[in-house]
Design a protein around this ligand. Structure first.
Ligand SMILES: [Zn+2]
Length: 244
């Protein structure tokens, strides 16, 4: 395939623009991930607040249960105290009195437990409140970062659109067949489809080039590809010679 030095330069220019597009595309792809990460952190903060609240609710439930237990013990002690009047034997009196003492002792233990739970509730409420204050500030910061990321994405998208237009301009100005070949090579994942030679080697895969290939590259009048990696080759010295 014939290819003039000018066309080759056009292809190199096209590749430069594609590189810019590739970089912008990668930048754009990174932003949604960044935003998802920030949203995840907001969710994590909310779930911390929710577990703090759940802890308080649990403790309050525990306190109610203990209060109910206490009421039952007190009622039982009162009932036994009333029954004392009806008791006939000394033995029965003693047994009942023992029941009353036991119920009172148990009620005392429950009261102690209730006081402990109340202290725990106070601590849990303080923690909940402190956390709520933290979360407001943290969430505000994260929401701000999300807005910044969204603005950045819009800005990159704008640059991408402009670069895309420039790229298409370069592509339509370049030799159509050469562009087709170039795009085929890029389509195979070799984004550096056009590579300079480096001291008689392919600049990409480093294979030593045959003497005839060097001759063709020096002449720079046709498409020369690397026999190993199939990239389009050019000799920077030959391109510079014409410019001089
Ligand atoms: Zn190669």
């Amino acid at each position: 395939m014939l290819l003039s030095k000018e066309s080759l330069k056009g292809l190199i220019a096209l590749q430069e623009r594609d590189k810019i597009l590739d970089a912008l595309r990668a930048d754009m792809a990174a932003v949604p991930e960044e935003i998802a990460g920030l949203r995840g952190r907001i969710e994590a903060e909310k779930s911390r607040a929710a577990s703090a609240k759940a802890k308080t609710v649990d403790l309050e439930k525990k306190k109610k249960e203990k209060e109910l237990e206490l009421a039952q013990k007190e009622e039982s002690a009162q009932k036994h105290a009333r029954d004392l009047n009806a008791v006939k034997t000394n033995e029965a009196f003693k047994a009942l009195q023992a029941e009353i003492d036991k119920a009172k002792a148990e009620a005392g233990e429950i009261e102690t437990k209730i006081l402990e739970v109340m202290e725990q509730i106070d601590a849990a409420r303080r923690e909940e409140k402190a956390l709520a204050g933290d979360i407001v500030a943290v969430e505000k910061g994260l929401v701000g970062q999300i807005s910044q990321a969204e603005a950045k994405l819009a800005e990159i998208r704008g640059r991408f659109d402009a670069a895309q237009a420039q790229r298409n301009e370069s592509a339509s100005a370049a030799d159509a067949n050469a562009v087709k070949l170039y795009e085929q090579i890029r389509g195979r994942g070799k984004l550096d489809a056009v590579v300079p030679t480096d001291g008689g080697h392919c600049g990409a895969c480093r294979i030593a080039l045959a003497p005839q290939v060097i001759v063709d590259l020096t002449r720079a009048s046709q498409v020369v590809t690397c026999e190993n990696c199939q990239r389009i080759l050019y000799r920077p010295e030959s391109l510079a010679a014409q410019a001089a």
